[in-house]
Design a binder for this molecule. Structure first.
Ligand SMILES: [Zn+2]
Length: 218
């Protein structure tokens, strides 16, 4: 059976990417990275639920806490509060390439055909999300692998926005109650951070009530 690795954060986009890979008939291998993100407990809880839901053959949780220790991101640094800082702080320096590298290493060992990420369309706030980035990554992968030179890194949502991703997820039956987007809290979503605001707006546009709990919900 053909194998796919999914870089799974437990957010909407990677859950939808997993559903797309599942529909394509791949045997699923999930990889979740602990890079010291503040909402890690929720990401782990959700990614495990998603692994069970999709019947993933294997779910690896990889430790990259050193990435968060380098600082400079509101996603990892407890001293940076989203309520007060620029949205630029959602960038985690060089994170995506580190995560994709871990997926490529695993793909070499597994003989996986493809690596799925949930990167969505622009405006690409982070340079490591863009179509040009994926083209460059695939050039690097074909040059730098030895055991599995044909593995490809794909971002099926790279031309879709959050609303489009939710619509796609509805079509594929993604359990959105097992997804988490808030980067500020892990008990209830804050509703204030940029990812929360984007998520709420996208659910509204897609005509679905967001099933996760929010702080100011009555
Ligand atoms: Zn939030």
């Amino acid at each position: 059976m053909k194998k796919a690795i999914i870089a799974l954060s437990g957010g909407i986009d990677s859950a939808v990417a997993a559903a797309i890979a599942d529909k394509e008939g791949y045997e699923l291998y999930f990889l979740t990275v602990n890079y010291g993100q503040k909402n890690i407990e929720k990401e782990l809880e959700n990614s495990k639920k998603l692994a069970k839901y999709f019947g993933a053959k294997e779910h690896k949780i990889i430790d990259m806490k050193w990435l968060g220790e380098l600082g400079n991101s509101g996603i990892t640094d407890i001293n940076i509060h989203f309520e007060n800082v620029s949205d630029d702080f959602i960038y985690v320096p060089y994170r995506n390439t580190c995560i994709i590298s871990a997926c490529v290493a695993w793909a070499e060992v597994l003989g996986a055909e493809v690596i799925y990420t949930g990167s969505e369309a622009g405006p690409w706030i982070c340079p490591d999300n863009s179509p040009e980035y994926y083209e460059a990554v695939n050039n690097l992968v074909s040059m730098s692998t030895k055991l599995n030179k044909n593995v490809k890194v794909v971002a099926p949502l790279n031309y879709s926005d959050k609303e489009g991703n939710i619509r796609k997820g509805i079509e594929l039956g993604v359990p959105f109650e097992f997804t988490w987007t808030c980067v500020a809290r892990a008990d209830k979503a804050c509703g204030i951070c940029q990812p929360c605001r984007d998520r709420l707006q996208a659910f509204e546009k897609a005509g679905m009530k967001d099933p996760v709990p929010y702080v100011d919900e009555k």
